[in-house]
Design a protein around this ligand. Structure first.
Ligand code: NG1
Ligand code: ZN
Length: 551
C-alpha cells in the first residue's frame, strides 16, 4: 500500500513525453537528453527491482557514449558487472513506455508478482550510480535516484563521474565482496600492468619501442581518468589530448574512437608534430579504444589500428603464453583437457582479421552487434576474447582456468622458479587482473596493448602489419522506421523487407572480395550499411549502391 502510493507520487513528478516511444537497444535507452528524465526515473525503479531480485548490488550508468553531447542514455549493470539480462528487456521497454503513473504501477505490480520480488526485505537493495561528463548528467542522475528511492528498501550510492567500465567493474567487485572504490580500480590496473612489464623478456631491446604514447580522450571522462592513472604507471610516457578541459573542444566532436574509426582521419588536437607517433583514441565514456598513427596532416590520413587488430594482438600473445604452459607441462593433467581459447567477432570485423585469426589456428565465432551478445559467447570459453571493430572488447577468463593457473604458479614456484612456464602462468594471471572482466574498458585495454608491444618489442607500425585491412565503408541511412528491417545469421542476412537481400547479393557479386550487409542500429534511428571490397573505391561504391536500395 505504502509502496504503491510512493511510486504513484514520485512518478507523477516525471511525466513521460507524449508520442515518444523508447526501446532498449544495443546498449540501453538513448536519446536527446531533454526528453529522458521520465525514462531515467523509471530505469531507476528497474535497477532497484533488479537488485531486489538478485539480492545483489546492481549498477546504473548515465551516458550516451560516442553520441553527441546533447544526447544522453542509461544502462543497467547486472551483479556480475555485465549488461542487464536480456530476459528483463521487455519489462524495461514496457515500463519506460507506460503512459501514466497508474499504468506504470500496474506493470510493476504484475511483474514483481511474476518474478516473486518482495519489497522492504531485511537486505536493502543497493544500486551504484555513475555518469559521464555530459552536462545533462547531473539532473538525470537525480531522476535515477528518485526512481530508486521510490522503491522501499533500495539505496542509491552515487559513485560520481566515472567511465562506463569503472562503474561496471565496481558492481562486479562489490558483489565479490572486494573493495570497489576508484582508487582500488587504479591500484589493480597499475599493479597488474607493472607485473606484466616486470615479465618482459630481458633480451628484448626495449628501446626499439618508443615509450611515448599520445591519447585522445574524446573530450570525455576518459582523459581525466587516464591522467590520474598514469601517475601510478612506470615505463610509459603518456600525453593526454582532448581531455575535455574548458576550451579544449566538445565531447566526441571531431575527436574520439568512434570518429577516428569510422572516418579514418586525424582527430582534432593532433598536428604535423605527431606524425609517426603511437596514438590512441578513447570514446566518450572510455569503454572503446582504437590506436592510430598519423601519416600526414595535410592529407588528413591515418593508419588505423582498430578493435580487430587489438583483438589480434591479444589473441597472438595469449595463445603464445598458453602454448608455453602446455609445452612445459607435459605431465600435467590439463593436457587431456586443453584450454579452450575462443575469439568472438561481429559482422563488422574486417574480413582480413578473421582470415588472420583462423590462419593462426584459432576458433572464431560471430554474434550480432552489441556487447551483451559478444560477452555472453566469450564466457563459454576458458579464455574468450571479444572485440567489436569499433574498439569495444575485453578478455574473459573462466574461474576454472584461473584456479588452475594459481595452482601451477605455486607448484612451479617451489620447483623451478623463474622457468618460462611459470612466467607464462604469471603473465596470464596478470592479464586477468589488468583486463576488465565486466565489460570493455579503454584504459585497461590500453595498458594491455602497451605491455604486449613492450614484450614483443614492436612499434605500432610493426603491429599494424600483422595483416592488411580490406578497404571498407560504413554509411548510415536515415529512415522513418528502422524496425522495418530485420536480419538473421549474426546480422549478415536481411529477412525483411523481402527481396532486399537478393538485391544486396546482386550488387555484392559485382565486386571482387565484396561483402556487404545492412542492419538497423540499436542506438540511432538509422539503418547501417557496411561494405568491404578489394579497393576503397569499390567498397565506397558498393556501400552507396546498397544504401540507395534501403531508402
Ligand atoms: P548500433 O547503433 O546498434 O550499431 C553502436 C555500435 C555497437 C555498440 C553500440 C553501443 C557500430 C556499428 N555499432 O550500436 O558496436 O558499440 O553502439 O555503444 O559501431
Ligand atoms: Zn562507449
Amino acid at each position: 500500500e505504502k509502496q504503491q502510493s510512493i511510486i504513484l507520487q514520485s512518478a507523477s513528478r516525471f511525466p513521460p513525453i507524449q508520442g515518444v516511444r523508447f526501446s532498449y537497444g544495443t546498449a540501453g535507452f538513448r536519446s536527446d537528453a531533454s526528453i529522458l528524465s521520465a525514462t531515467v526515473f523509471r530505469v531507476g525503479i528497474l535497477a532497484a527491482l533488479r537488485s531486489l531480485k538478485t539480492r545483489s548490488v546492481t549498477g546504473l550508468m548515465i551516458t550516451a557514449s560516442h553520441n553527441r553531447v546533447s544526447d544522453n542514455g542509461i544502462k543497467i549493470a547486472d551483479p556480475h558487472g555485465g549488461m542487464m539480462t536480456q530476459d528483463w528487456e521487455p519489462f524495461a521497454d514496457a515500463i519506460v513506455n507506460a503512459g501514466n503513473p497508474e499504468d506504470l504501477l500496474q506493470l510493476i505490480i504484475q511483474f514483481t508478482k511474476k518474478e516473486n520480488i518482495s519489497f522492504g526485505g531485511a537486505q536493502p537493495a543497493e544500486i551504484l550510480l555513475g555518469r559521464d561528463t555530459r552536462p545533462s548528467g547531473g539532473a538525470l542522475l537525480e531522476a535515477a535516484k528518485q526512481g530508486i528511492n521510490a522503491v522501499i528498501g533500495a539505496v542509491a550510492i552515487d559513485m560520481g563521474i566515472l567511465t562506463t567500465s569503472q562503474l561496471h567493474w565496481m558492481v562486479r567487485c562489490r558483489n565479490k565482496g572486494l573493495e570497489a572504490l576508484e582508487c582500488d580500480y587504479f591500484a589493480q590496473l597499475s599493479s597488474s600492468f607493472g607485473c606484466l612489464m616486470d615479465l618482459v623478456p630481458r633480451d628484448i631491446i626495449t628501446d626499439r619501442v618508443d615509450e611515448k604514447l599520445i591519447v585522445d580522450g574524446a573530450n570525455g571522462v576518459g582523459g581525466e581518468k587516464l591522467k590520474e592513472l598514469k601517475k601510478q604507471l612506470k615505463g610509459l610516457v603518456i600525453q593526454v589530448r582532448n581531455s575535455g578541459k574548458e576550451g579544449e573542444g566538445i565531447l566526441n566532436e571531431g575527436v574520439g574512437a568512434d570518429y577516428v574509426q569510422k572516418e579514418k582521419v586525424v582527430p582534432c588536437g593532433f598536428g604535423p608534430n605527431d606524425v609517426g607517433i603511437r596514438c590512441a583514441s578513447l570514446d566518450g565514456d572510455a569503454d572503446r579504444l582504437v590506436y592510430f598513427r598519423v601519416l600526414s596532416t595535410s592529407s588528413n590520413s591515418i593508419d588505423l589500428v582498430d578493435g580487430d587488430k587489438i583483438l589480434s594482438l591479444f589473441a597472438l600473445f595469449i595463445k603464445e603464453q598458453l602454448s608455453i604452459l602446455n609445452k612445459n607441462g607435459k605431465e600435467e593433467s590439463n593436457n587431456n583437457n586443453p584450454v579452450r581459447l575462443g575469439i568472438v567477432q561481429t559482422a563488422y570485423a574486417n574480413g582480413a582479421s578473421t582470415d588472420y585469426l583462423r590462419l593462426l589456428g584459432l576458433e572464431v565465432v560471430f554474434t550480432p552487434t552489441g556487447v551483451k551478445y559478444l560477452h555472453e559467447k566469450a564466457a563459454e570459453y576458458d579464455v574468450g576474447i571479444y572485440f567489436e571493430a569499433n574498439g569495444h572488447g575485453t578478455v574473459l577468463f573462466s574461474e576454472q582456468l584461473l584456479c588452475w593457473l594459481e595452482a601451477r604458479k605455486n607448484e612451479l614456484a617451489s620447483a623451478s622458479a623463474g622457468c618460462e612456464c611459470q612466467k607464462a602462468a604469471l603473465r596470464l594471471l596478470a592479464i586477468s587482473r589488468l583486463i576488465n572482466q565486466a565489460v570493455g574498458d579503454a584504459l585497461s585495454g590500453l595498458l594491455l596493448v602497451e605491455a604486449i608491444l613492450q614484450h614483443m618489442g614492436w612499434s605500432i607500425e610493426k603491429w599494424s602489419e600483422l595483416y592488411k585491412d580490406l578497404p571498407s565503408k560504413q554509411l548510415k541511412v536515415k529512415v522513418m522506421d528502422r524496425t522495418a528491417v530485420s536480419t538473421t545469421n549474426a546480422e549478415t542476412v536481411v529477412v525483411e523487407p523481402s527481396g532486399l537481400q537478393e538485391v544486396i547479393n546482386t550488387e555484392t557479386a559485382k565486386y571482387p572480395k565484396g561483402r556487404c550487409f545492412i542492419r538497423p542500429s540499436g542506438t540511432e534511428d538509422v539503418i547501417r550499411v557496411y561494405a568491404e571490397a578489394s579497393t576503397q573505391e569499390a567498397a565506397d561504391n558498393l556501400a552507396q549502391s546498397v544504401a540507395r536500395h534501403v531508402d
